[in-house]
Design a binder for this molecule. Structure first.
Ligand code: FAD
Length: 532
């Protein structure tokens, strides 16, 4: 009996692993197979020198010798993004200067069947720009021109390497701004924002990147150039632009973007309220929303974050259990009375102190503390891992309580700083990788926090993307059938899987495993499954 059930389980697991592989390998049935894929190209060690020489010399020809990097030191610069735990130097880095150069580099990759990873500034926190060992990185940092400013129609056309904040800087004198404002906005690129559908503190009121992109030029993985969206507000046909935004570089390379601009609000006012705990601050959030107020931003920081920020940024935050940063903007007549109501609601929820920024300098200081919260952690802990999950706003208090329990269980500290209005949590898990098992414990805690978010009806990521980091978590949220649909959409853009392979959608081969020497899955060791 035991033998039969073991054999059955083994058969089922073998079938399951095989079936998933087949599904993923099958992709869209009618699409062509890779033209001349040479398995020897799949590992850098096995890459024939001649093929690598061809690749590098043609890259030099296309982008110019100074912009095709192949030296070990140069490649190390590109071996990771903001998620530094994953590192892999690429075969080469190409830094093209125009859509045409990007297309030529991609056509070369297509001909030689070399995968490519698009990269903006490398501030991503999910390993999206992590190179693949058998591929190249295509960096967009030289494509930094603002091509057209059309204030009459409230839009701007930019190259992908333009930094987020540069867009607002280019139009603010004329009374306009670009709304999505990731905390990394001084350094991250519009191309990266489009690929990640980035958010930011002011996305509570204004929406994420996807609400501000009208059109994009995309170099497909065979080098063809596609134009998605339209300069008009409602483009006919399927919303392929919507599919592109948030696709994390897996559909091709964005080389031009048309963005919406907004007129600067007439009035902006900001306050910082101090509370005894995140629970009481959470009550204020609920009360503000229930009152019908939609703040431009509503950000929360717990005591651990406040202490780290104060020790590094000196933003003047009070010593308290939680701080709530609330900003209102809009027509002065509407906002003044609402701002007064917000102050009263904060006090009614238990705020011990409410500080209203008296001028632009004070406002900037309050924001400096919030925007610098991640980097402040580097001063108080040797290492930290930024988790990014999202839950319905009404479940925040329960999930924060769950995180406190997990801190005890895993014996690690967690600092919380988050977009409270969106329910988008950023628990910062503090650890020391030099301590035996420190990194593993941090990873386990991070995964448990995601579990809490999912149980609360939330999602795997609020704004940082799936990348390499959360690829193996996708089956926790999506069924095999769901993933297969996404994979087919991806294959329609990139049938040869050359654009940022090994990201977002898991394969059975990689999931639950770490890169490097192959280690059998425990189910295989137990004789319950085998690889096909
Ligand atoms: C301190 C700090 C604070 C942050 N705060 C926020 C925040 O508030 N909100 C938020 O959403 N994120 C935040 N992030 C994450 C990160 O800054 C964003 O994801 C940002 O959009 C990444 O832009 P990048 O230019 O650095 O892209 P990269 O990290 O270089 O790339 C990110 C992804 O985009 C792809 N990509 C890049 N350029 C292109 C292109 N032209 N075409 C196609 N694919 C491309 C890459 O392949 C990769 O998958 C923060 C990061 C840090 C370090």
């Amino acid at each position: 009996m035991a033998v039969t059930s073991l054999a059955l389980r083994r058969q089922r697991l073998t079938f399951a692993i095989g079936a998933v592989r087949q599904n993923l390998a099958r992709g869209p049935v009618a699409l062509p197979q890779p033209l001349a894929y040479d398995a020897r190209m799949a590992s850098p060690a096995a890459t024939p020198d001649r093929a690598l020489d061809t690749l590098c010399s043609e890259l030099r020809e296309i982008v110019g010798p100074s912009w095709a990097l192949t030296g070990a030191d140069d490649l190390r610069t590109y071996e990771c993004d903001g998620l530094t735990g994953w590192r892999q130097p690429p075969l080469a880095v190409a830094l093209p200067a125009s859509t045409e150069e990007v297309a030529r580099v991609v056509r070369l990759c297509h001909r030689l069947h070399v995968p490519f990873v698009p990269r903006g500034s490398g501030t991503g926190l999910s390993g999206g720009a992590l190179p693949s060992a058998d591929g190249i990185v295509i960096g967009l940092s030289r494509m930094r021109s603002i091509l057209q400013i059309d204030l009459e129609n409230e839009r701007v056309v930019v190259q992908p390497g333009v930094l987020n904040l540069e867009v607002t800087r280019a139009v603010q004198a004329e009374g306009y701004f670009y709304a999505p404002d990731p905390s990394s906005q001084r350094v991250c690129t519009i191309g990266g924002n489009v690929a990640e559908n980035s958010g930011g503190a002011h996305c509570l009121k204004y929406g994420f990147t996807t609400n501000h992109v009208l059109a994009a030029t995309l170099v497909l993985s065979d080098g063809r150039i596609a134009h998605l969206g339209s300069a008009c507000l409602d483009a006919p046909g399927l919303d392929l632009l919507g599919v592109l935004i948030g696709s994390e570089g897996t559909l091709g390379i964005v080389t031009e973007v048309t963005l919406r601009l907004l007129p600067q609000p007439e009035w902006v006012e900001t306050l910082l309220a101090a509370f005894p705990s995140t629970d009481t601050a959470g009550e204020a959030v609920a009360a503000i929303v229930a009152h019908g107020v939609v703040p431009a931003a509503m950000e929360m920081m717990d005591r651990a974050t406040i202490q780290a920020v104060e020790s590094t940024m000196h933003a003047g935050y009070p010593d308290c259990g939680a701080a709530l940063l609330v900003e209102l903007d809009g027509p002065a007549a509407d906002c003044r009375s609402l701002f007064q109501a917000v102050e009263e609601l904060c006090r009614a929820a238990g705020a011990t102190e409410v500080r209203v920024a008296r001028d632009e300098a004070e406002r900037a200081l309050l924001w400096k503390g919030r925007r610098g919260a991640f980097s402040a952690m580097g001063r108080v802990s040797p290492d930290y891992y930024v988790q990014d999950g999202v839950v319905p706003r009404s479940r925040l208090a329960g999930v924060l309580a769950g995180i406190r329990e997990l801190e005890q269980r895993h014996q690690l500290r967690v600092a919380n700083v988050f977009h409270a209005g969106d329910g988008n949590l950023h628990p910062l898990i503090l650890y020391d990788r030099k301590e035996a098992g420190g990194a593993e414990r941090a990873r386990e805690l991070a995964e448990d926090i995601l579990g809490l978010c999912l149980e609360a009806g939330g999602s795997l990521t609020g704004e940082h993307g799936v990348g390499r980091d959360k690829m193996c978590q996708m089956p926790r949220l999506f069924s095999v059938a769901d993933q297969e649909v996404m994979d087919r959409v991806r294959s329609a853009f990139d049938p040869h899987r050359l654009a940022n392979p090994g990201k977002v959608l898991p394969t059975p081969r990689l999931c639950g495993e770490h890169p490097g020497i192959y280690r059998p899955h425990p189910a295989e060791l137990a004789g319950l499954a085998e690889r096909m």
